[in-house]
Ligand binder design. Structure first.
Ligand code: ZN
Length: 422
């Protein structure tokens, strides 16, 4: 018991150091070029949307807007639990159905709506935000509408002054809705990405059927991989392929269904991962890390094998697929060879060195733990045997690693937009 507590204290100390390092990094980033130190920026001028305009200027179901529909939610559906009621006093809910359905929405939708409610009150004192449609369980919308998933709301102002709606739409964009549409003279339609794609935004993961090569020669699916296994990876300091230990999972969700990007390469290899994941592209001699979502047909990925041969391969097809099970192993060197393709272990922040730097404390902690465990094994073989009888998967941390979650959340709030997945 005591040992466990000591370990936690130790881990917290390292993480406090990590937070400090991160703060330093953020300060450095915030003072970077382009943002004159001490220069005060005036209030930004907001342009109202015009009738039938939508932001972003792509269709609602594209990945950079609210994404694909995931199927209707009804009261008997397990996904009904994903909907939360919104009792915000600053919002008027029309609730013409009289069922309270308009108040039900996904957490992401609720957060954006609450932000919009504040903007409306600031923009027009005495006026409040009004919701005319939220979750639809009665089939009043087009068959692929996001209203059926609690991911869309139709809004007006409480005074129903139509001359305000263009600006209301702009405020909705600013509030963070993933797609805003000046749909009708009578309302603005706003929608958000699904919760699963939002989780992916924080986690950044691979599908479970991607494979890795272990130092013992075994080929393992990511869904079978366990902490402690040494797998093929690229050592960025020497640019050589080595076996690096999996020290933890940044995300491990065997039952979560998620949207992935599937890349097919000229050689027939494939890679299935989330859009916010960092991948290595460019050329053999000059690699760069980018978000997976920026790769297109013709982009280069680097292939690596156990004989330390590296060569370029070209993407010939990109598709979106749904898979169940998401996995994000972190190796000591911060990279991983998945389906022979060299990729980063990190996501969200568009800089592999920065991500590797801020994860240093957690890597160090895991490495010390692993070292202590081996020491323990050497000196007390009998007890160690008992320990190793515990299946590693049974002690696998479920969900997003808390350190990763905190870092990604801090990063999402404070790191300049240009280096973040948006
Ligand atoms: Zn609508």
């Amino acid at each position: 018991m005591c040992v466990v507590r000591d370990e936690c204290v130790q881990e917290m100390r390292w993480c406090a150091l990590g937070a400090l390092l991160l703060a330093l990094v953020l300060v450095t980033q915030a003072c970077g070029p382009g943002r004159g130190v001490g220069r005060r920026r005036g209030p930004r001028k907001l342009t109202p949307l015009v009738f039938k305009q939508h932001v972003p200027n792509v269709s609602e179901n594209t990945l950079t807007a609210s994404g694909l529909t995931e199927g209707r939610i009804d009261r008997n559906n397990t996904r009904f639990r994903d909907l939360v009621p919104n009792y915000n006093q600053d919002i008027i809910f029309k609730d013409e159905e009289g069922t309270g359905a308009d108040r039900l929405m996904t957490q992401r939708c609720k957060e954006k709506l609450n932000t919009l409610a504040i903007s409306v009150m600031n923009q027009w004192p005495g006026v409040r935000l009004r919701v005319t449609e939220g979750w639809d369980e009665e089939g009043h919308h087009a068959s692929d509408s996001l209203h059926y998933e609690g991911r869309a709301v139709d809004v007006t102002t409480s005074d129903r002054d139509r001359s305000k709606y263009g600006m209301l739409a702009r405020l909705a964009v600013e509030a963070g809705f993933d797609w805003v549409y000046y749909e009708s003279r009578a309302h603005i339609h706003c929608s958000v990405k699904s919760e699963s794609s939002d989780a992916a935004k924080y986690g950044g993961c691979f599908a479970g059927d991607n494979i890795v090569q272990s130092s013992s020669g075994k080929i393992l699916k990511l869904s079978e991989l366990q902490v402690g296994e040494a797998i093929l990876a690229l050592d960025p300091s020497t640019n050589q392929l080595i076996y690096s230990e999996v020290i933890l999972f940044l995300d491990w969700h065997p039952n979560q269904r998620n949207l992935f990007l599937n890349f097919e390469l000229k050689s027939g290899r494939t890679l299935t991962l989330t859009p916010a994941h960092l991948v290595i592209t460019g050329s053999l001699n000059s690699t760069v890390t980018v978000f997976a979502k920026t790769l297109t047909v013709g982009s280069i990925l680097i292939i690596g094998n156990r004989d330390d041969n590296k060569f370029e391969d070209t993407i010939v097809r990109v598709t979106q697929v749904y898979r169940t099970g998401i996995y994000a192993p972190l190796t000591s060197v911060g990279t991983i060879v998945v389906n022979d393709i060299i990729v980063s272990c990190y996501a969200v922040v568009d800089s592999h060195p920065l991500a590797h730097f801020v994860f240093a404390p957690i890597r160090l902690t895991a490495e010390i733990k692993s070292y202590m465990y081996r020491l323990w094994q050497t000196y007390n073989q009998g007890l160690a045997d008992n320990f190793s009888n515990v299946p590693k998967s049974s002690i696998q941390h479920h969900g997003i690693h808390w350190y990763a979650e905190i870092l990604y959340k801090i990063a999402n709030n404070f790191i300049p937009w240009r280096i973040l997945y948006t």
